[in-house]
Ligand binder design. Structure first.
Ligand SMILES: N[C@@H](CCC(=O)N[C@@H](CSC=O)C(=O)NCC(=O)O)C(=O)O
Length: 279
């Protein structure tokens, strides 16, 4: 396994690093950011995966999300992966919501996406192995979060892997790719026309089909420009109520979709995850 540290910068007492490695899942080089809090020699720290949204690389959350102070205070490693494979030989599309930067955390089955767009396998299987080999993580103490398309990733990966994450949170997640233009466009392209195949990538469908998850926190801005047309938080509220789940879905008055919103609440999310990660 070839894993290379590209940078290391002291920040809020911890070390903000960027790593690159050859990925067997995507068949490309993949880059991720890793924030390592101060810790004693030999200590293993809990890990929070932060999945980013449309148009993002590993860098957006690292630069804009302001997680580092809280992560250092609580002793939680934060990993920010890229959102798709990239490169000259990788399929792409001119639209911001499809192709490179818009992997939707699925394993594509359709051409020309299938050879490289395998973000489910990358995030669920390969990246944890890479991180466990390179960094001082305690893989028995994992949590996951994400923003927008990354919030969809966090919820669906959490629902498909009950028991792996002590806690799951999301900022302004895409609730149901089956029921929004971003999702319909991307999943038609990556998975084909049979909408049954999309259900394992849809938080509402997963709950309807019996998936269950505890310790879930969702924050959504009431002034989010995508709330009505794309995100549709009410679909998750309905699914959670119908399934009798005790999830905390909060509407935050006046906040939009941006990292200004995410950065406002990220310290609270990290403190909440830390309580679950320490038990
Ligand atoms: N107008 C934007 C649209 C893309 C956008 O808003 N992306 C969001 C996530 S949306 C859902 O996944 C984002 O996080 N952008 C990166 C950032 O640093 O803000 C555009 O054309 O870029």
């Amino acid at each position: 396994m070839s894993v290379e540290k590209l940078s290391s910068s002291l920040c809020h007492g911890g070390d903000q690093q960027v790593w690159r490695h050859d990925s067997r899942a995507t068949g490309t080089k993949m880059t991720f950011a890793a924030y390592i809090p101060e810790h004693e020699e030999g200590a293993k720290l809990p890990v929070l995966w932060f999945l980013a949204g449309l148009t993002c690389t590993h860098e957006n959350a690292m630069v804009k999300c302001e997680y580092k102070k809280a992560a250092n205070e609580h002793g939680v490693i934060v990993i920010c992966p890229d959102t798709s494979p990239r490169g000259e030989g990788v399929a792409d599309h001119e639209d911001y919501d499809f192709g490179q930067g818009a992997g939707f955390y699925v394993d594509a089955t359709q051409q020309p996406w299938q050879p490289h767009f395998r973000m489910r396998s990358y995030i669920e299987d390969e990246l944890p192995e890479v991180v466990a080999a390179a960094l001082p993580v305690d893989m028995d103490r994992q949590a996951i979060t994400g923003h927008s398309m990354g919030g969809h990733g966090a919820l669906t990966i959490g629902l498909r892997n009950p028991g792996r994450f002590r806690s799951t949170s999301a900022f302004a997640p895409i609730i149901s790719p089956l029921n929004c233009p971003w999702g319909e466009k991307a999943l038609t392209g990556y998975l084909g026309d049979d909408r049954q195949d999309w259900r394992e990538y849809d938080s509402v469908a997963l709950i309807e089909d019996g998936a269950r998850l505890q310790n879930v926190l969702v924050d959504q801005g009431s002034a989010d420009e995508w709330l009505e047309g794309q995100l549709k938080t009410h679909l998750l509220q309905d699914a959670v109520r119908d399934a009798g789940l005790d999830w905390d879905i909060r509407m935050q008055d006046g906040y939009d979709h941006s990292y200004f919103f995410v950065s406002t609440f990220v310290a609270e999310h990290i403190a909440w995850h830390a309580r679950h990660l320490k038990v």
